[in-house]
Design a protein around this ligand. Sequence first.
Ligand SMILES: [Ca+2]
Ligand SMILES: [Ca+2]
Ligand SMILES: [Zn+2]
Length: 250
Amino acid sequence: MTRAANMQALTNDVKRAFPGVVVYGIGDKAHQSRASDHNEDDTSGSRAAQSDPDGHPEHRAIDIMLGPKFTKADADALVVRLVADPKARARLYYVIWDGYIWSRSNGWKKTKYTGSDQHRDHVHGSGWAADDENTASWPAVAKPVVTKGDDMSVKASQAIEAWAVGDPSVEPVKWRLRDEAWQKKTDATLAAVLAASKGLDTAGILARINEVAQAETERDAALAELVRRAGTGELSAEQVVDELAKRMQA
Ligand SMILES: [Ca+2]
Ligand SMILES: [Ca+2]
Ligand SMILES: [Zn+2]
């Protein structure tokens, strides 16, 4: 029992792209009575859909089963990648998935599948017999590298860095992020002010601000007076220090 090397290569790549995925190959007894690429050629009583003259028993179809490691979205995307890739198409006979078939005979156009098994729980792939011995990998199987998220994180870190050092280089994402950070800061300040002025109405807050300003003004004036009196010799350095100490205790 051998899977054609071409389809073994596909199996290997599918398992690499979707670790833990279940892939079936050779058909059961029920399969053997009708022509199927799941049946091995060069085997009596086994009706292979395709055969070659090498005298070596081979099956050329695989069923990639849906499951936790291979979701419907994975299947949708994998089939699209396979049938869109000329190199992959050259190695395939047909693909059946979720009520549709893509094949050599329909020019790889998505065509309603009329068979009784609508292939809702697995992707069927039949390899092209002429490519049996093709051991090359199937680049179309690999999930495309998603760069969007990576780009975003790089851009975000650059933006934060640029913002931190005040780099004015203009790139919309940077300045959007800068604005977001600025907004966050402002929000935090407002929250602190609100927390500090809890229980005070607007007039109360203004009165409080005036109190603080008044106290500061008075203190500054008192300091200025001390400095003046020290300058005229009216107060000694010790007396100035004593006066400051008194005021700080007050
Ligand atoms: Ca053979
Ligand atoms: Ca062969
Ligand atoms: Zn199948």
